[in-house]
Design a protein around this ligand. Structure first.
Ligand SMILES: [Zn+2]
Length: 420
């Protein structure tokens, strides 16, 4: 009940929750902030901010930090997100490992744990071990409440059906109910996100001050080629969550059949396996090289490219040019201000890949568009998919604080109202 003893209307409640999510997001961006600064940044009245801050402090999402330099030279009390009380979990899975991050609701990473996955391990066993890792974190951090978890994994994930559409890298995972199995007995909402989308989200969270990040694409070039897109500051999902399957744009209509059903998909020409097969072809033609067709591990190829081995350089540049062709199509489709490239194909030799892709794009798009576009290599130190999974879980809490606020209100027997 509000102060006039009338229940708040649905619209009023909705606008109050939107205001709280707005303040939580500003605190996530600013770190520590005074109430006066929050009022200025949000456009909400000081009295409204005072009410919201009191409510967020009561439910534990926010804490006071002590005196900080305030507006107009006055000192005021700072408020910040309460990482000590509320945390989330970010998880990322590759073919041979999974990683689990303990993350504050601010997005700060407190601990990372890594686990091996054997080649023969089935999804039920891997998900059961991820669940055990989540429960172990709950036990180890019993002073904190863990509110949500997000798993980033390869493959186009159909959110509504809780299934991977197809997978080129993980056998047995297609049609497996990932979120449902992972959720069993963990007592918190679980989100599943494609790894390229999670990587794009990590860029949005860490580089929020940069205008170009509001319209960007993260291209994940490794075993396959994926893409996460941010449009107008939001992660693009599409109708079923599979928007951005950039690797399945055809660059050759009569090319080889792909797992997706299309012919000549981009990822058939510019993934790590495409690079290996191109190197093998050149070796078979007796081109001079230090490489051995029986040992084409990533590290061996990377060393050969960096040493200027003619076969390795020729194959790598060819693969990078094809990636450049795909990037041109992407630019024409979504008009990004920033493109970030990452993952194993990029790691072979980032400088050379960047140079080739930039050269292709410069030649293939309008000069005006090229001059206003930044193409970069990923600079985040930790895996962007892992960081993005943690950030996405935290975002779900900050954008939907209603349940925590209502629970605290219910416990204290109060409810609030405010003018905006
Ligand atoms: Zn395809």
């Amino acid at each position: 009940m509000n102060q006039s003893n009338k229940p708040a209307s649905i619209n009023q409640e909705r606008s109050q929750l939107i205001n709280r999510a707005l303040i939580l997001n500003l605190l996530r961006q600013e770190g520590i902030c005074s109430r006066a600064t929050l009022s200025r940044l949000s456009g909400l009245k000081q009295a409204t901010i005072t009410n919201i801050a009191a409510e967020l402090i009561q439910c534990g999402l926010v804490v006071e930090t002590g005196l900080i330099p305030g507006e107009k030279g006055r000192r005021s009390i700072g408020v910040t997100l309460n990482d000590a009380r509320y945390k989330v979990i970010g998880i990322s899975m590759t073919r041979d490992q999974f990683y689990v991050d303990l993350v504050g609701i601010s997005g700060k990473v407190y601990e990372t744990r890594s686990f091996e996955i054997s080649q023969t391990e089935d999804p039920q066993s891997v998900l059961s071990r991820i669940r055990t890792a989540i429960l172990q974190l709950q036990q180890d951090y019993a002073d904190s409440e863990l509110l949500a978890a997000c798993l980033a994994m390869p493959g186009p994930y159909l959110e509504d059906l809780d299934r991977l559409l197809f997978v080129t890298e993980l056998s047995g995972w297609q049609n497996f109910p990932i979120r449902a199995v992972l959720s069993e007995g963990v007592g918190m909402p679980i989100y599943v996100l494609n790894d390229a989308k999670a990587s794009a989200f990590a860029q949005l969270w860490s580089r929020w001050q940069e205008p170009a990040v509001q319209n960007m694409a993260y291209i994940l070039a490794g075993q396959g080629v994926g893409c996460g897109m941010i449009s107008d500051g939001k992660l693009v999902s599409g109708q079923h969550g599979i928007a951005g399957e950039f690797g399945h744009s055809s660059i050759k209509f009569d090319g080889p059949l792909c797992e997706c059903g299309n012919h000549g998909c981009l990822e058939k020409y510019c993934s790590l396996s495409a690079l290996r097969s191109e190197i093998r072809d050149l070796l078979r033609a007796h081109q001079p090289s230090c490489l051995d067709a029986g040992n084409l591990h990533d590290e061996a190829i990377a060393l050969a490219v960096r040493a200027g081995d003619p076969v390795a350089v020729q194959a790598y540049e060819h693969v990078c040019e094809r990636l450049g062709v795909g990037v041109i199509s992407l630019i024409n489709q979504m008009n990004p201000g920033l493109i970030v490239l990452g993952d194993a194909l990029v790691d072979i030799c980032p400088e050379r890949l960047l140079e080739v892709v930039r050269r292709c794009v410069e030649a293939g798009v309008n000069e005006r568009i090229y001059s206003d576009l930044a193409i970069e290599i990923n600079q985040l130190e930790e895996s962007p998919a892992l960081l993005g999974a943690g950030a996405y879980a935290a975002q779900q809490v900050l954008a939907n604080p209603g349940m925590l606020i209502y629970e605290a209100d219910f416990r204290s027997g109060r409810a609030s109202s405010e003018a905006t």
